[in-house]
Each structure stands twice: as C-alpha cells, then as structure tokens.
Design a protein. Sequence first.
Length: 331
Amino acid sequence: MNAKNLIIHIGHRNADASLLQNTLFASQSILEQQRIYFPAFASKNEAGYALGSCYEAPDEPSHWDLIKEDIAKRRFENVIVSNPSFLRDLTVQSAQRFEAQTNNIADQKTVVAYLRPPGAHFLSLIQQRLRQAKELAPPSRTRVKERIQPLSQVWSGKISLRVFDEQNLSHGNIVDDFFLREVPQARTSQLSRTNPLAKPPLSTEAMALLIDRMHGRLDERLDPASLVKQIIRLDAMLPDPTQPTLHASVLQTLNNWAAPDLAWLREKQGIKFQEVKYRQIDADDVDMGLIHFIDMAQIAPVNADRKHALYKRARRLARLPRRVQDWIAAR
C-alpha cells in the first residue's frame, strides 16, 4: 500500500531548514495522529546515508525501504522527509537513483526547496563559514541550476521551488508556509512550535575581525579557536551592532555574478526575486575584487570604534587559560 503524498524538503540551513526540522521532530506524535509520517531517522541520518547513493550495507534496508515498510504497517496518508544535505548531494548520477528509490512510496511525490536571492545567500554563507572558522569561497555562478536541473530532467513528481523571504512566506515563517502549501489538510495550530533559538547574526564588526584573523591582521600569538569564540560571544553582548547590509555596488556585482542562475530560475522555473533588478544585470560586469573580498569594509558598513572595542575585549579574554574562559562564559 502506498501513501498519497511523499513530500521531500531538500532545504538549506541558510533558509531556516533547521527551524522546520526542529518543528517536525517536536511534532512527530501530533503529526502521526493526523496520519502524517515524519521518519526522523531520514533527517537525523546518523548512518550517513547519501542521497541517491547505492546503499553501503546492501544486506540492510535503506531509508526508503524502511519508509515503505512503515507505510504498509501503519497506513499513513502523507510522508514528510526533510534533510539539509539533500540539495548539496544532487548530481546527475544521484538524481537518477533518487528518482528510482523514491518510486512506489506514494501516489504523488514532491521535492520542495526554499531559495534566497544572491545577496542574501552570499551574506548567510559568509556568516556560516566565519562561525565555523572556515575559509571563504564564492558560490558557483550556477549553484541552483547545478542541483535542480539534473533532478528536473528525471524527476517524475513535482518540484516546488519557493522564494525564502518573510514577506513571501505564509504568516512570515517557513513552518506555516511549508504546511499550508504542501500539506494544507494538516492542523498547524496543534504543532509543537520549537523556540527557534536562532543565533543572532554576526555584526559587521565581528565579521570584519574574523576576516582580519584569516588574513593574519590580528595578534597571531593568540589561540585562533579561543579568539574566534570570544569575538562571536562578545559580539552578542556589545551594544549597537551594525547589521550586515551589503553596499549597492556589491549587490549588483553579486546579481551579475549569479546572472546564469537567475536567468535559468526565471525562464525555466518561474522564480523571480523581488530584490533583484533584472534589467540592470550584466553577466560580464563582475568586480572580482568584491567577489573575493579580503576586508569586510569592502562589502558592508563597519563601525570602526565598535570593531576596536570588540577586538580589545576579545583579545584580553582569549589570552586567558581555556578553563578560565569557560568559567567566565558560564557565569
């Protein structure tokens, strides 16, 4: 016996995928009462199962096999799978296997993805990598097309792409938008809404310091991990943070950089971002100095006084033994 609908969210953490998944985890029993199945093991993915790959343990059932078994036993009508790595895993090869493996689970199947415009994606990507102390790298000019086009060529179900924007989302959040669009019969008032506990965005001052550290412009005698940790922790405590807002010239360069993606999304998928001025896009006019920036002030306003104060405090604490830093942070 098949379910009626299989809805697969291939979201990115930069588009509130974690908020949706946390709500699904917290609401698992409530959803089951509504005959909606959320197989948590497919989202936790502790076995490291890669999208569309040949299962590494052939004598053991894959995620999709387990889902089929549960549907047959418990007669669910709707199945929701949400995994933040699925979008990244999509290739020509994996898309074909993904299509085959998700057949015979439900009468209809849908892939759902929420997308940010180039500028917002660029900023969120920088914030993510700086928090992880990873080197910065510009996104591909065709980052969405590279993932979605292979799927669109083989997928027998529906592909639902959404613009991730609070003004566009139903009730201004991804949870309500997802359910109202994809599972409208769900009683969303009964969901266990988890506290988003979203980390506040890094200020441009903190971002500037973290980039300075990468380029050797800060005190290199300090333990890098301690310094990064103190900059991020103290940034949330120091008043008057400058919220990241890209200069107009940077936004234009990012739109020009992403021109191939923007054109494909508009022409083939009907996706248009309100913030993007499509008539001003010139794919050949890209300032590579901004794409590969080395100073935060190149791309966004930075309060020099606050940056100096933040560094002074972070440097003082980063000099202390790790156990003392941990004791201060726990107070």
